[in-house]
Design a protein around this ligand. Structure first.
Ligand code: ZN
Length: 686
């Protein structure tokens, strides 16, 4: 493993963070070095600290432990991510016989330098009880291969000699902190501690010394592992499907979304992480035993649960048979999870509420690693963790054996209030886990709708003709919201491309919940004189494209069995056509009929179909000359033209977006045409 320390970069960090103590600047520098390497630390894992001095408000020098705060990741840590805690008080706590988690958190919080700081790490006391100035803790892959060996202590001896002390497994908190300090005090020459089933600590008097020792220890472990012959996976015999990854995933994902939605009443996204190793593992004989043991380090359990669900699908004849097969595998998983919960809860006599029993990681023969979460971020975290876990498991068995924490210890971790707090208690956004497919998404109403749906937590599949504008729109939304945003250049009159685009929606998110069929264009001409070709073109864009999109969306809705909403952009032209706008008004009138037909034919499946009847929105549709012309024809200025409605207020694309959102959320509304035009009796539906 490469040692990435550079004197010049350390100096640069000191200069960059010149408003805080040099100790903190260097603490940030090496914390980021560690955090940036996924072989050392993943998603909020690991923690670091530095002991320093500062002056309090009454000008007294005080010793302070600056330690990683919860909610911060090492790779992006900044000074506020290292809350300062009064060290003398923390050290005094060591004299206690015991300290509950709640009391520990309280002691740490009430001795912060800054009352606004995040909670100091759950491993704060471990950092406090050791005397070293700098301390680094990671869950490095190589250290976990060693820490999960059944004879980890002996293996450590072989690799590290006496330079690393061994701490038997204890759950993080007061007891572990005491035990770790005792191990250190038995041999003060050690440069670090290996926490069995958990990870590696190193320490030193400088940032560089502690970091160097960390990289050195991990390198020694890596070299030891590299000398062992990797065990080969034995490919599964029999019906492991061989249909191509995309085909398997696309058949499976909407079914999973649906089953998860039905079980939890929430919405989920499903992702496939492409990896040849994961695919080989999922398609191996070894997978059924090796994957069912446990997580590589305890805090992964809140991201991946203890065990992945294994699938070796056989039923390809029909969607229904495949759904039955997946549903029955899930039922078994739920039952086992419930048993695990009940057994441990009863044995420990604790009062806990069962978490949902839904697996977050699936290993699918012939496909590989699939992760499911309520957000794209959750699926990414679970996938990153599990890819590393596969590697750790494989190497562990190649070195000797894999003996991670057993169920009863993992239960304590999974149901530990301090671990659950890491997942955040903030209220889920209204459209969390939902997926919206929006056409004409690069500008105007489509873009306004995309922004609003993203703000509410929906993942987006954005389609438009203009690549430049589309990418700009997608980047802008990505910059503001943490939802998934996929941009697809698409001409909605290209039937094949539209049908194929739904395979892409599934490949990205596992399915779809809302179709906002918005793309359109106003064509003009007196209806008696218009070329039939032009009228047909208008119908292709303003009617048939909507129909193709809707039919594909409905096909997916029916597989998911969790409802779904079609939202069409009709126009006031559907009810109140303008002179010489027949080529536009006719297909738009047909869209109103289409909206009602879908409502009628698919209401029984919980699928809703609604449209918006908007007018006079300043968008690309309304070229400036057209506006001027029309306004002039009515003796109005352009601004007054846009306000010439009953409410005398201009209607914006954001108003239409709000209408789409309202219809998306109106669970008892279908076959409805919502007018958003500031009021125009002649155009109001009757
Ligand atoms: Zn840890």
């Amino acid at each position: 493993m490469e040692n990435k320390w550079k004197d010049s970069s350390a100096q640069a960090a000191i200069e960059k963070y010149s408003d805080v103590h040099e100790d903190i600047a260097l603490r940030i520098y090496t914390s980021r070095l560690i955090g940036a390497d996924p072989a050392l630390v993943l998603h909020g894992g690991g923690n670091t600290s530095v002991k320093s001095r500062t002056k309090n408000k009454v000008n007294e020098e005080v010793d302070v432990l600056y330690v990683k705060g919860s909610g911060w990741d090492l790779d992006t840590i900044e000074p506020p991510g290292l809350p300062g805690v009064l060290l003398d008080h923390l050290i005094k706590l060591r004299d206690l016989d015991s300290l509950s988690d709640e009391d520990m958190v309280n002691e740490q919080r009430t001795h912060l330098l800054d009352a606004n700081s995040p909670n100091p790490s759950v491993e704060t006391l471990l950092h406090a009880f050791l005397p070293h100035k700098f301390i680094d803790h990671s869950h490095a892959d190589a250290s976990l291969v060693i820490a999960n060996q059944p004879d980890a202590e002996k293996t450590c001896q072989k690799i590290f000699g006496n330079t690393i002390g061994i701490v038997p497994y204890i759950m993080p908190g007061f007891a572990l902190a005491k035990a770790a300090a005792e191990v250190y005090e038995k041999d003060k020459n050690v440069e670090g501690l290996m926490l069995i089933n958990h990870g590696l600590f190193t320490f030193g008097s400088t940032a560089k010394e502690s970091y160097d020792r960390h990289i050195h220890a991990v390198t020694l472990a890596e070299e030891y592992i590299a000398k062992k012959q990797p065990k080969a996976f034995t490919p599964l015999e029999g019906p492991a499907i061989n249909e191509g990854e995309k085909k398997i995933f696309n058949a499976l994902a909407p079914i999973l979304r649906g089953l998860y939605g039905q079980k939890s009443g929430k919405s989920w996204v499903v992702c496939h992480r492409k990896s040849e190793k994961a695919k080989a593992f999922a398609s191996s004989e070894e997978c059924s035993t090796w994957s069912q043991v446990g997580t590589a380090t305890p805090d992964h359990v809140i991201r991946t649960k203890q065990k992945p669900l294994l699938l070796n699908l056989k039923q390809w004849q029909s969607v229904d048979l495949l759904r039955d097969e997946v549903a029955s595998a899930l039922e078994t998983y739920y039952k086992n999870y419930h048993q695990y919960f009940k057994l441990n809860k009863d044995a420990k006599g604790v009062d806990k509420t069962e978490l949902d029993p839904l697996p977050r990681v699936l290993l699918v023969a012939g496909l590989g690693l699939v992760t499911i979460g309520k957000t794209i971020k959750e699926t990414k975290i679970a996938a990153d963790i599990y890819l590393h876990t596969i590697d750790i498991i494989h190497k562990s068995f190649s070195v000797g054996d894999y003996a991670p924490l057993k169920s009863d210890d993992l239960f304590d971790m999974e149901y530990w209030s301090l671990e659950q707090a890491k997942l955040g208690k903030s209220k889920a956004s209204v459209l969390q886990g939902k997926v919206a497919y929006i056409t004409g998404a690069a500008s105007g109403i489509g873009l306004a709708t995309a922004k609003l749906f993203a703000e509410q937590g929906a993942n987006l599949y954005l389609a438009d003709l203009s690549e430049d504008k589309l990418n700009k729109a997608a980047d802008m939304i990505r910059g503001k919201h943490k939802v998934g945003v996929t941009a697809q250049v698409l001409n909605v009159v290209d039937e094949n491309a539209v049908r194929e685009s739904f395979a892409e929606v599934v490949a990205n998110y596992g399915g779809v919940d809302f179709l906002i069929s918005n793309a359109g264009n106003a064509m003009q001409g007196a209806i008696g004189e218009i070329e039939l070709k032009v009228l047909r073109q208008s119908f292709e864009l303003n009617f048939f494209a909507h129909q193709i999109l809707a039919s594909e969306a409905v096909r997916l809705f029916l597989i998911q069995k969790t409802g779904g909403v079609l939202l069409f952009n009709a126009s006031k032209a559907a009810f109140n056509p303008g002179k010489d706008f027949g080529p536009y008004a006719l297909p738009k009138a047909a869209i109103v009929a289409l909206t009602k037909q879908y409502a009628l034919d698919y209401g029984q499946f919980g699928i809703r179909s609604n449209a918006i009847n908007a007018d006079r929105i300043r968008t690309a549709l309304f070229a400036e000359e057209v506006v001027k012309e029309r306004a002039a024809a009515r003796g109005l200025s352009a601004d007054d033209y846009f306000k010439s409605n009953l409410l005398q207020q201009e209607v914006f694309d954001t108003d239409v977006a709000q209408g789409f959102l309202n219809l998306a959320l109106a669970e008892k509304t279908t076959g409805s045409i919502l007018t958003i035009d500031g009021g125009n009796i002649a155009a109001s539906p009757r």
